[in-house]
Design a protein around this ligand. Structure first.
Ligand SMILES: Nc1ncnc2c1ncn2[C@@H]1O[C@H](COP(=O)(O)OP(=O)(O)OP(=O)(O)O)[C@@H](O)[C@H]1O
Ligand SMILES: [Mg+2]
Length: 467
């Protein structure tokens, strides 16, 4: 074996050496000819087929959906077998997500056929970053290799299987696993399904096939989870649009053109995305009717250059969406989220610019039962009664409930996790009671406040000590 390897090695080295000499002295055309036909000859005898899935194509700004889906599929399937993994922070989670490191290879099996996946990288390419600036980026891609005779099975059944599984991993949330009142859930699901089946209706009324949702509620109540559940239900792609990074309406247009049909365009925290309320930062004195595109352009040109940033307006966004997609026929959902609905310009809501408002709120007992079923596989327990009583008077987010119900070690059984939740609820209650007492004292005896405050502070510190 060692002997054979040595022979192969030295033959390869001689060949490379000869090829280097030929390249140096041969005319360019001849080299090109030899390379081209040499490659064809090799592929004739090569018993495998290779499929490459690139992270970015030359012109596109958006990361390829296929690449991201394969990445998700492989991180779930390769973290057991790959020897070199790369760890990255997952979106919306505190957990590290493991995926194959560069140049790593893993094998997969499908209906008894062996498949190899390799994570590859080639020289750098110029790619648009931060909308307008160009940076050198490595070209990354996954390469799938399988035997020629399985071509049909691989390109149809196997790739379909990879995409389906990868998508499920990327959007694990479903409406069934969401802590939300059943009626509300049903209403959203019906609304989404009705929208996705209304192609003819939108065509008949001559409107772009799109629907806008406003999701609002405190942090940790499930706004991002609803978006993932929507994507999962309809098998739509999700595009996160970071509006604060978009320079102006022209760039916005460029980004929106990038989105494919059957997509959900997410604009998070609109209260923080400048100018979205329709009020210009610098030009609030302008009458409302002047806020057309021409007026905006003139005002924009009058402003000093350094202030011409974040020029995206809500009207710009909605107009583009209408104009761009009314002809394309593809369906799009646009989701806006905010933690502070009261901060938004009432006109934004009043004018009916958003088709549907969904409030995400604190966890109800019904919501808790869904989480207990998801996390602990428990549908009934003697501790439920106490939890129900506590939840009636205490505000706790589904994210906090989920966090307490998650077993922290193999020794934590359902009862222990439920007790943890009861303890967390009681602590929240104690703090709320203290705050309430403090408030009422402040209202009743403002002059004696400092001394009482001290006492309350002491009580509070006592209450906050670890149990
Ligand atoms: N209604 C819910 N049902 C099930 N799980 C939930 C729900 N709300 C929150 N969670 C859990 O809490 C985590 C955080 O929730 P999520 O990111 O959806 O909150 P959010 O409302 O988007 O918060 P933010 O305003 O900070 O973006 C989720 O990953 C999920 O595990
Ligand atoms: Mg969120």
């Amino acid at each position: 074996m060692t002997e054979m390897m040595t022979t192969v090695g030295s033959t390869m080295a001689s060949f490379m050496f000869a090829w280097a000499i030929i390249r140096q002295y041969c005319p360019y055309e001849l080299c090109h000819f030899l390379e081209k036909y040499g490659h064809r000859l090799a592929s004739f005898f090569y018993p495998y087929i290779q499929v490459s899935i690139h992270e970015f194509t030359e012109t596109r700004l958006q990361r390829s959906e296929a690449y991201a889906t394969v990445e998700a599929y492989l991180s779930a399937n390769s973290s057991q077998s790959a020897k070199r993994l790369k760890a990255e922070m997952g979106k919306d989670s505190e957990k590290l997500v493991l995926s194959m490191d560069e140049y790593e290879k893993v094998t997969d099996e499908f209906q008894g056929v062996k498949i190899t996946w390799a994570s590859c990288k080639t020289g750098s390419t110029k790619r648009s970053m931060g909308y307008g600036n160009y940076q050198e980026q490595d070209k990354r891609y996954y390469r799938l290799t399988f035997r020629k005779r399985y071509r049909e099975m691989m390109t149809e059944a196997y790739l379909g299987h990879v995409m389906k599984q990868g998508k499920e991993i990327r959007h694990p949330a479903t409406f069934e696993t969401m802590a939300m009142e059943t009626e509300k859930k049903q209403e959203i699901v019906e609304d989404l399904l009705a929208f996705s089946q209304s192609k003819d209706f939108y065509a008949r009324i001559g409107k772009a096939w799109k629907r806008e949702y406003l999701l609002y509620g405190p942090p940790g109540t499930g706004k991002s989870t609803v978006i993932a559940a929507m994507a999962n239900l309809l098998s739509y792609h999700v595009y996160d649009l970071e509006l604060t990074a978009v320079k102006d309406n022209t760039e916005l247009r460029k980004l929106l053109i990038e989105t494919t049909s059957k997509s959900i365009i997410v604009i998070e925290d609109i209260d923080c995305s400048l100018d979205l309320t329709g009020q210009r930062k610098k030009t609030t004195e302008r009458p409302a009717e002047d806020k057309n595109e021409q007026g905006e352009k003139e005002a924009y040109l009058k402003e000093p250059k350094e202030e011409r940033t974040s020029r995206v307006t809500l009207s710009g966004l909605l107009n583009f969406i209408d104009g761009l997609w009314s002809a394309s026929g593809g369906e799009r959902i646009i989701v806006f989220t905010t933690n502070y609905v009261e901060k938004l310009d009432p006109a934004l809501i009043r004018r009916g610019r958003m088709d549907k408002h969904i409030e995400l709120s604190y966890c109800s007992f019904e919501g808790f039962k869904v989480l207990a079923k998801n996390y602990l596989r428990v549908e009934a327990h003697p501790l439920f009664e106490l939890i129900e009583r506590l939840m009636e008077e205490i505000k706790i987010t589904p994210a906090d409930v989920a966090e307490t119900l998650m077993p922290k070690s193999a020794r934590e059984d359902a009862e222990k996790c439920l007790s943890n939740l009861i303890r967390a609820l009681e602590e929240v209650k104690k703090k709320a009671d203290l705050n309430e007492a403090k408030e009422s004292l402040r209202e009743k005896e403002p002059e004696k406040e400092p001394a009482k405050e001290d006492q309350l502070l002491q009580d509070k510190q006592e209450a906050e000590k670890p149990l």
